[in-house]
Design a protein around this ligand. Sequence first.
Ligand code: NAP
Length: 244
Amino acid sequence: MTQEPSPIALVTGASRGIGAAIATRLAASGYDIWLNYHASHQAAARVQAEIEALGRRCRLLPFDVSDDQEATAALEPLLAAETPFALIHNAGITRDTLLPMMQRREWDEVMDVNLNSFFVLGRLLSKAMISRRQGRIVAIASTSGETGQAGQVNYSAAKAGLIGAAKALARELARRNILVNVVSPGLIDTEMIKELPLERMLPLIPLNRLGTRAEVAGVVDFLLSPAAGYITGQVLSVNGGLYM
Ligand code: NAP
């Protein structure tokens, strides 16, 4: 009897932080991983080793998600042979400053990495998934995209845009059995928030602590599972009650 190949999940920005936790959690659930990152080669190799230790395959895909040509060149040849079951659109950056001080470059970089990349990757992956008539897409947004956050006009706009894009794509793809959802983290303990004044922010969180990377990864794993088969176009907030 020939064995069914394991389903594949493409996770962007998975060398560190939430993306790395998602990649290892999905590997533990039986997915082979296409692991995208930008520059952290050693960190990505460590995540790859963890995934392989779980008995799963892990293909490293270093490219800049904001570079359409690089992303297309890396993915198109692979997609000609195999189609991932899931895209986890996780790579993201911040360039925080108040709008009057913000440089055009800081606006554009945040838009390009967080949102415009969804045009390229969402398009490539959904095209491939349509012909298989199955798939899951999960975009990682942020509380900032739901409520707006001072000092993050660029990031809030990009994440709100991502939520709108995911909801629209969910409607486009529902008839093809492809589910599209958003996971919206609050403050999660990663390098991204190391500069923030946490002593002032923690009292605003009803659960009075940061979230863990594993707590976000678990929700993504659920959204890929059969148990989530009737959930599409939704935003699942993982924020300790920060925004209800
Ligand atoms: P992080 O620790 O800073 O990690 C960011 C990851 O994204 C890294 O793997 C990085 O790769 C990758 N990346 C950055 N720019 C990239 C590019 N142009 N192309 C490809 N990969 C790129 O961030 P995180 O805290 O895990 O955040 C992950 C996601 O969750 C982001 O979308 C973020 O906006 C969102 N989020 C985070 C929080 C939080 O509190 N941490 C809250 C809400 C939402 P390299 O290492 O190679 O640069």
